[in-house]
Design a protein around this ligand. Sequence first.
Ligand SMILES: Nc1nc2c(ncn2[C@@H]2O[C@H](COP(=O)(O)OP(=O)(O)OP(=O)(O)O)[C@@H](O)[C@H]2O)c(=O)[nH]1
Length: 303
Amino acid sequence: MTTRAGFIALIGEPNAGKSTLTNRMVGAKVSIVTHKVQTTRTRIRGVALDGPSQLVFVDTPGLFRPRRRLDRAMVAAAWGGAADADVIVLLIEAHRGLTDGVQSILDTLRDRVTPKQTVALAINKIDRVKSEALLALTAKMNDAYPFAQTFLISAERGHGVDDLKHWLAGQLPEGPWLYPEDQIADLPMRMIAAEMTREKLTLRLHEELPYQLTVESENWEERTDGSARIDQTIYVMRDGHKGIVLGHKGETIKAISTAARAEISEFLGRPVHLFLQVKVRENWMEESERYSEMGLEFRDGNA
Ligand SMILES: Nc1nc2c(ncn2[C@@H]2O[C@H](COP(=O)(O)OP(=O)(O)OP(=O)(O)O)[C@@H](O)[C@H]2O)c(=O)[nH]1
């Protein structure tokens, strides 16, 4: 049997549903999903199989106008993911349509796509609009950019996702698989575990605070009884933030720790002892070490 394998970059504005779609394609949670924008910071890969094809998804951070250094690193990672891909899928939200943000992604695509790459459009969240609107949006988008194919999907409910997956599988170059059959993500486990804790923090904390913290797995110890001890540090920027993360009598951090431990343990398939500590590091966003922990490139200056 001829096998196929290749990279598929999902690009789009923040909140378009890229993580939800990756997780659905892979059939497991490899990328964090929240209702808040810009939660995906790094290029997370999920690996899915479809017959003889191995599909490697590069789940990029959302594309937006970068302002801070962290924003710039995220946008650079997103376009970096697209540059290496065999197929690029632009994900847009059905109810928002061709926004200024989508328009600016189309402009960048025109400059960056190479003749070897295929670009498809996936209109997501079709559960939120009427079908007439979808026809009009499909026509408008295809006028704006020559997509190889358009798919109407609901990543959350699963509509159209198998069709998209099957089509993608056929687009990939012939060649040996890139990962072992049972592997579903190529991010180091300690990074995935840190992302899971960050997701719980993002869901629990309000407003800007989730964007101003980062989580690292500092220590990972495999125990002889088959369990793992994981020590993670949550870096926040202010003393006041530390108090909020800890909560009254430590209740907030306890709840976050319980939820994160359950999820990491389920992912690993064995018991986990999770220890969280909160450190105030006013300038963590300016420290190169924090970036390498997130798999991002630290960029100097304002460029
Ligand atoms: N109604 C509806 N909501 C969806 C669908 N797909 C995703 N969502 C929701 O949209 C929100 C954003 O989804 P994510 O998968 O985190 O989006 P993302 O593009 O990875 O976002 P960033 O990480 O910010 O770039 C979440 O609240 C999802 O539950 C869909 O098909 N229908």
